[in-house]
Every structure is written in structure tokens, then in C-alpha cells.
Design a protein around this ligand. Sequence first.
Ligand code: NI
Length: 269
Amino acid sequence: MSPEPNLNLSDDQIRDYRENGYLTIESFTTVAELEWMREIYDRLFSERAGRERGDEFDLAGPDIDGEVQRLPQILSPSNHAPKLKETLAFANADAIAKQILGECGSCAGDHAILKPARYGSETPWHQDEAYWDPSLDYDSFSVWIPLDGATIESGCLHFVPGSHLGEVCEHRPIGGDPCVHGLEAVEPTVTGAIPCPLAPGSATIHHNRTLHYAGPNHTDQHRRAYILMCGSQATPRATPRSFPWKEIQKTERARRAQSAQQKESKNEN
Ligand code: NI
């Protein structure tokens, strides 16, 4: 059974989010829940849950089997551990989606990014929308929850206030390598960027167009981040656009996802 949400954003907080494209929320979940989530999180990453279907991969490298992953990511960890949907964090994400977006807002999914101790690489400046389908319009935000707290040294997020009000800028695969899943903005304007260190139990939210970055992890502790994705239904765009950086990508992750899908559809026939 899901807990009742206990988070109510003030009008000032909602105004801040709309103006700046991000917001820090001091009390998003409990320390006890974080402890429970860390166990699940560590299990999923040590099992490399969903690797064969492209759910687990290296966000910042070529993701070749047997090579060290610089920035492991798992898409939809709640598919592998459904109890993650029954957390206070999930209930609060759903509640603030409704507060910000109206009744059509909801918490629709999750993912997890692990920045390993001492060598976890940076997450370059990017806008999340650059990863998505260019034929749709979005009004969404991510809730970024560090399971251990996050510092500048361990790779907390940095945001450019107001950057969500512009268009999606030009991106490319990290380092210009089409084998890499992760994207980076090409010559982003990052003046006035704000680092957002977080204590355990707190979170930041950021809009789908907010430029953001996380540094490498220089500490002796993993930086474990759990991310909930909130939004209203995406709608077809009136003006077409293209994301050419997606068209040149050819990743091992996508290959595994496609071959798993083909296997599944064969089994259904
Ligand atoms: Ni992002």
C-alpha cells in the first residue's frame, strides 16, 4: 500500500520553479525510506538488472561488455523492484506533479544513475528533452533524489536558472562518439550556473529544458541518485523539428533493446 503524500509546495515555491526551471525541496522523503531504497538500488546495480534488454548500460562510455562503466544507469528500476512505486518519494512526486501541472500531472516513471566512488565521470551539460521524441511537446520535470546526500565533490547537480524558457539547443553524443548513449550540449550558455548540494532526504526538481550538469565523483562514496519523472501527457507538436544527434547514435544499449524486443515478439507469434 502506498503512503499518503506529505508534501505541499507553497505558491512561492511553484513561482520559483516556473521562473528558474528548478527548485530545491528540503524534505522529500525520510531517512528510513532512503535506507530501504539503498538496499534495492545496490541489488539492482550489482545484478545489472535488465542489461539484456537495454535497461542497464553505461551512460558515459561505449558500454562494451566487460569494460568498466563510467556512469552506470538503469531505466525503470521499478519494473525490476515494483515496491519502489509504493514509496513516500513516489507519492510525493505524484502529488507535486498535480500541484504544478494540474490534475493531468502524474509521476510516470523512474531511472537511476550511479556515479561510482573516485572514478564516476561527469554528466556534461544537457537538457533532458534532447533525449526524447522531437515530434512531441512536453511539460514535465524530473525529481532528483540522492540516496546519500550529494556534494559538489561527489557530483551534485548544477542548473542554469531560466534556461528552461528557451528552445532545445544543439546536442551531440558525449565526446562526439555515436556509440555513447549520453548527450552533451554543444557550446551551452552556462553563465550563472548554480550548484545544488543536497542533504539526505531532500531533492531537486528540474524542467525538461533546464540546462543541468553534474561533476565527477571525487569522493570515496558512490553517489547514488534515484530519479522520478513527472509530467502531463506529451502532445504532437504543431511545428516540426529534428534532433539530428539522435539519428547518428548507434549504441550497444539500443542494439540490446531491439534484439530483446524481436525475441519477445517472436515468442508472442
Ligand atoms: Ni538530465
